[in-house]
Write a protein that binds this ligand. Structure first.
Ligand SMILES: Cc1cc2nc3c(=O)[nH]c(=O)nc-3n(C[C@H](O)[C@H](O)[C@H](O)COP(=O)(O)O)c2cc1C
Length: 196
């Protein structure tokens, strides 16, 4: 196999074997800085109509994970002023389930929405998220994209400098798999495909 055939084979393998590794199945160490740089370099290679670059990534690790927990608790207390202590504790510790979170946000460029509607800008960030997941997988890390109520919470969104139709597209939890990752059965694509 020549170099480019090998590269194609490894891309194909990566695409077909990627699967989410839930935060409860990852541990330290967090990706090294060089790996984080590579993962983000992959993210910004995503398709992006009009080169708007609507993606805003936030790298959260170490002490910053506690600060994200504080933010989730603040948001919870605004949503549910009488939230019980165990719910508060769950929100506080939620980000601590993995050693690294990359938060992927879509900052909509309103001056371009006549030709490139907000949905296309959000899709570009979704594609960047897939590149993050694939790049993390390629490096042997386990990753999973999560949203949940915090991704839609106005207090959380404001903390990421988002407004209006801007979105938190995903909190991508990344770490080192703590055990074997069992192969997942995938659907038959023909079930979802019509040949015109
Ligand atoms: C935008 C988006 C948000 C998601 N949010 C959640 C979530 O909050 N909780 C969850 O369990 N899975 C969530 N998922 C699904 C997982 O990331 C994952 O894709 C799913 O469990 C299937 O696993 P797989 O990636 O191995 O196919 C989300 C997926 C996407 C694309």
């Amino acid at each position: 196999m020549d170099g480019s055939a090998k590269q194609q084979q490894s891309l194909r393998d990566g695409l077909l074997t990627r699967q989410s590794v839930p935060p409860r199945l990852v541990d330290g160490p967090a990706p090294a800085q060089a790996d984080i740089d590579d993962i983000l370099a992959a993210a910004v290679c995503a398709p992006d109509h009009g080169a708007i670059r609507p993606w805003r990534f936030h790298v959260i690790q170490g002490e910053a994970l506690n600060r994200l927990g504080d933010l989730f608790v603040e948001a919870l207390k605004k949503r549910e002023p009488g939230a019980p202590p165990e719910t508060i504790e769950k929100e506080q510790s939620r980000p601590l389930r993995a050693p690294l979170i990359i938060t992927a946000c879509a900052k909509i460029d309103h001056s371009r929405t006549d030709k490139i509607p907000a949905i296309e800008q959000v899709v570009a960030v979704g594609l960047a998220c897939q590149n993050i997941l694939l790049a993390a997988h390629d490096k042997g890390y386990g990753a999973m994209m999560l949203t949940g109520v915090n991704a839609r919470d106005p207090h959380v969104k404001a903390a990421f400098e988002l407004e209006g139709p801007d979105e938190i597209v995903g909190f991508i939890y990344i770490g080192t798999p703590s055990g074997p990752v069992f192969e997942k059965e995938r659907p038959d694509p023909t079930e979802f495909t019509t040949v015109w």
